[in-house]
Every structure is written in structure tokens, then in C-alpha cells.
Ligand binder design. Structure first.
Ligand code: BG6
Length: 298
């Protein structure tokens, strides 16, 4: 499968399609100093970085590629719901898009960037979980910035409510040293205590943290003194932002995580989560996107 895709979509050293660890292909993108890997299983960016810096979008050393399981690395696509299904715990957490094999539709390279378009449409498996017709298109553009844009089209004749997230894992030098700017003054729903509270000042990490920041379109900045850099996370089509670190105990029980991996990652998720749902009428479209880049810490 990957040889045929390489023939159709490979572009010199910039885009290469290689066999992944399970049956599904991976796409490697290299341009300028940027490098990224994308898994067709899940339609998922697995990692992104520059060759002269530590990783930016995090893939841990303990990542597992197991057919039928979610991959906790890179940017899993939570779609068409975020978190547990609202009333049926048998349905997959964070929806099913991250468990499907996506189709490679197009590739290209221009200037300093290389890009891919992936697609997923409703099929027998998705309709057995969620009875709607849809078309998803994912654009991943890799260069000095990483751009990920997920467009949902309702191709059926019934409206649906759409939630989800670009569940982005970021690499950090030391979790207790970083801060996240951009959410000062926002109200959040604390998924651990089940209470709402107001964010005052930047977010810092001293324990497990799992929050949905509500009613915010703000960009976020990870300020990382250990690696002397900022990671900027801008977004579109999203009115909530999820911030998560599993901390010590949860990380011990999570597949894809080593015991200490919580020290070197943080999730900032471009989301439509909690009460923030999009009502999508027949033929309507919604676009959820993020742009990610780094800057030196002045
Ligand atoms: C985050 C949620 O988005 O994803 C957490 O806020 C959850 O509650 C985490 O634990 C990981 O989810 P999963 O399904 O990949 O283990």
C-alpha cells in the first residue's frame, strides 16, 4: 500500500510514504529545517519539529502503534465528540476519527512548505457508532509553522451537533518550569473536581490538571525557560481550549507514556468541548484549525 502511495504522492525528499508499524502507512515530511510524521491511521500528526531544536509536537519514546487503539502522541483528532460520549460509555472516548484509516487525497510542496490533504467519509463502521453522513478533510502543512485544519461537511439530510478537538501534545523542557499564557480571565470547567473556576494569571503545573477553558478564541503561548523558547498555538473555529497534564499516577497507567513522560509534555487542545458544540445543518461546513510555531525566549 505504501509503495503505491509513494508512487502517487511522494515528492523527492520532501514527502515520503513509508510502511508504518501496523498495516497503515506513515508520511514523512521534510522541508527546510522542519520535519513531521503523519499516520494515515487516525489522520494524525505524530510529531513535528525543527532539526536544530528539541521536538515541538511531542511523540514520546513509549508510543505504541496498535490497530484499533488510539495513539497518545502528536495531534490525535477527537471527532465528532470530545471526551466520553455524552450518554453511552460503550462508544469510544473522543469519538472515532482517531481510530479510522484515513485516505491520502493530495500532496504538494511550495516554497518552504510541504503539505498533505487527508480525507475520511462515513462508512459502515462509523454509521454503526454515529448515524450521520459526513465528509472530513484534513490539511497538514509543514514548514516554519505547522498548520492543521480539519473541515467537516454535513453531507446528509439531517443536522448534527459537532464537538471535538485537535488534541495537541507539546514537548516541554520541564513541566514545573513552564507557564501557559493566553487564558488569564477565562472561566474553566475543572474535569477533576467537576467545578467551574476563573483563571487568574498564567497556568502553572504542580499536579494533575485537566480543564476545559470556556468561551475563548485566544491563542496560547507555552513559555519554556528550560529550552529558552516559546511555543505559540493559534487557533480558528474553536471556542474552547483544553489544557491537560496527567501527572504522576495517571501517566503510570497510560499506554504510550513512560512513568516520567508527564515531565516533558503538555496538551493544549484547540477544541469545541463541553457546552461548546457546533450545530451543523445539511451541506454546512465547519473548520477547526491550529497554527503552531516557536520563538526564542527574549
Ligand atoms: C484530554 C482529556 O483531552 O484527553 C482528559 O481532557 C483525557 O480527560 C485525555 O484523560 C486523554 O484521553 P485519552 O482518551 O487519549 O486517554
Amino acid at each position: 500500500m505504501s509503495a503505491e502511495l509513494q508512487e502517487r504522492f511522494g515528492i523527492d525528499q520532501r514527502i515520503q510514504i513509508v510502511p508504518g508499524p501496523t498495516d497503515s502507512p506513515h508520511v514523512l515530511l521534510r522541508t527546510g529545517r522542519a520535519e513531521a510524521a503523519i499516520s494515515l491511521y487516525g489522520g494524525q500528526v505524530l510529531r513535528y519539529g525543527y532539526d536544530d531544536q528539541p521536538q515541538i509536537v511531542w511523540q514520546g519514546e513509549h508510543v505504541q502503534f496498535v490497530a484499533g487503539k488510539a495513539i497518545r502522541a502528536g495531534i490525535p483528532l477527537c471527532w465528532p465528540w470530545f471526551g466520553p460520549h455524552p450518554y453511552n460509555s460503550q462508544k469510544p472516548a473522543h469519538g472515532f476519527a482517531r481510530l479510522q484509516l484515513w485516505e491520502l487525497l493530495e500532496s504538494g510542496a511550495d516554497g518552504e512548505a510541504a503539505w498533505l490533504k487527508l480525507g475520511l467519509s462515513d462508512n459502515e463502521a462509523t454509521r454503526s457508532i454515529w448515524p450521520y453522513a459526513f465528509q472530513l478533510e484534513l490539511l497538514v502543512r509543514v514548514g516554519e509553522q505547522l498548520e492543521v485544519v480539519l473541515t467537516t461537511t454535513n453531507t446528509g439530510d439531517r443536522a448534527f451537533d459537532l464537538g471535538g478537538a485537535l488534541h495537541s501534545y507539546f514537548a516541554v523542557g520541564a513541566i514545573e518550569q513552564i507557564r501557559i499564557d493566553g487564558l488569564d480571565g477565562a472561566t474553566y470547567y475543572d474535569q477533576l473536581s467537576k467545578n467551574q473556576a476563573l483563571q487568574t494569571g498564567p497556568i502553572r503545573f504542580r499536579e494533575e490538571l485537566d480543564r476545559i477553558y470556556l468561551d475563548t478564541t485566544a491563542a496560547c503561548t507555552i513559555v519554556d525557560p528550560t529550552w529558552q523558547r516559546k511555543i505559540q498555538v493559534a487557533k480558528q473555529g474553536s471556542h474552547s481550549t483544553v489544557v491537560w497534564n496527567p501527572w504522576i499516577e495517571k501517566a503510570k497507567h497510560l499506554a504510550d507514556f513512560g512513568d516520567d513522560d508527564y515531565l516533558g509534555m503538555v496538551c493544549i487542545e484547540t477544541a469545541n468541548a463541553g457546552p461548546d458544540l457546533i450545530r451543523l445543518e445539511p451541506s454546512a461546513r465547519h473548520t477547526l484549525g491550529t497554527t503552531i510555531w516557536t520563538e526564542a525566549l527574549a
